[in-house]
Design a protein around this ligand. Structure first.
Ligand SMILES: *[C@@H]1O[C@H](CO)[C@@H](O)[C@H](O)[C@H]1NC(C)=O
Length: 288
């Protein structure tokens, strides 16, 4: 009898638990991120690690970072931004390396008065040089619900996605002398802070502290990436998908739709700012 006993309830439970852990590991903030600013008081991991919330009041903002550093990857997160009167607040969500000649890929959400649109600000730094801002309005209310914001970073291109719709592509045009981030590992950072000296209508709208605390929420962090550890990188099993990802005809069409209808600033058309001539990538970004 004993020899043919079916697995004990304990064993079954153990098995179930390990399956659950495996299923949630990807999106679990306890495993993937650390709150490094305003920990406990303003930045909190909740719901068993499924939700992360940042808040800002007069005493402090807050922020978190990924435990891992990446050298190429596709990074995804769902964000729900500060609702109501969010003027003066900025929610930044970006990849960045360290040092004087750092690389950086930025999403920044600039708050606004109730009923007025957020600005989604994007930028790409390579070797410490940015000045590549493009700004957009969104085609939905980013405070009503969670939406997915992703960064694709592979050796050929950087693509910014909103709900899987590409809004911006920065191609590797190194052969034209445009530096491209490809040697420095980057970490994911996100912060909620007060920037009412510039953020909303160029600094005209100040943060209304009577509305504090301001709160942004995060869910479903996913990094399909090459993770840096002990001096080498370890890539996700489906590396061959994102590592070679490019924009097909349909995706390019979606991107054109966003850029035609929602783009409000493009450094590549700002001739006043670049009297010596627009940056090289501006002339060529549609060609290759
Ligand atoms: C805020 O609203 C004003 C007026 O609708 C708009 O011009 C501006 O682009 C909006 N966003 C920010 C961040 O200033």
């Amino acid at each position: 009898m004993a020899a043919f006993r079916s697995p004990s309830t304990g064993m079954v439970l153990l098995l179930l638990m390990s399956l659950l852990v495996a299923a949630f590991a990807d999106g679990n903030f306890y495993q993937s991120c650390d709150v490094v600013w305003g920990h406990g008081s303003h930045g909190m991991i909740q719901e068993g690690g499924e939700l992360l919330s940042l808040s800002l009041d007069k005493t402090s903002g807050s922020g978190f970072q990924s435990k891992d550093e990446y050298l190429f990857g596709k990074i995804e997160m769902q964000l729900k931004l500060v609702p109501g009167n969010s003027a003066g607040t900025v929610t930044a969500y970006y990849l960045s390396s360290k040092g004087e000649t750092w690389d950086e890929i930025d999403f920044e959400f600039l708050g606004n008065l109730s009923g007025h649109p957020y600005i989604l600000h994007t930028n790409v730094f390579s070797q410490g040089k940015g000045k590549r801002e493009q700004q957009f309005y969104l085609w939905f209310d980013p405070t009503a619900d969670f939406h997915t914001y992703s960064i694709l970073w592979n050796p050929q291109r950087i693509v910014f996605y909103v709900d899987n719709i590409p809004i911006r592509e920065f191609k590797n045009l190194e052969f034209l002398g445009v530096p491209f981030p490809k040697n420095k590992k980057m970490r994911l950072y996100s912060t909620l802070w007060n920037a009412d000296d510039w953020a909303t209508r160029g600094g005209l709208e100040k943060t209304d502290w009577s509305q504090a605390p301001f709160k942004a929420s995060y869910k479903k962090f996913k990094a399909d990436a090459c993770v840096w550890s002990y001096g080498s990188s370890h890539c996700s099993p489906n590396k061959n998908v994102w590592f070679w990802e490019e924009l097909n005809f349909a995706k390019k069409g979606q991107m054109r739709w966003v850029r035609d209808n929602y783009m409000i600033y493009d450094y590549c058309t700002d001739t006043k700012r670049f009297p010596q001539g627009l940056p090289t990538e501006c002339a060529f970004s549609n060609l290759f």
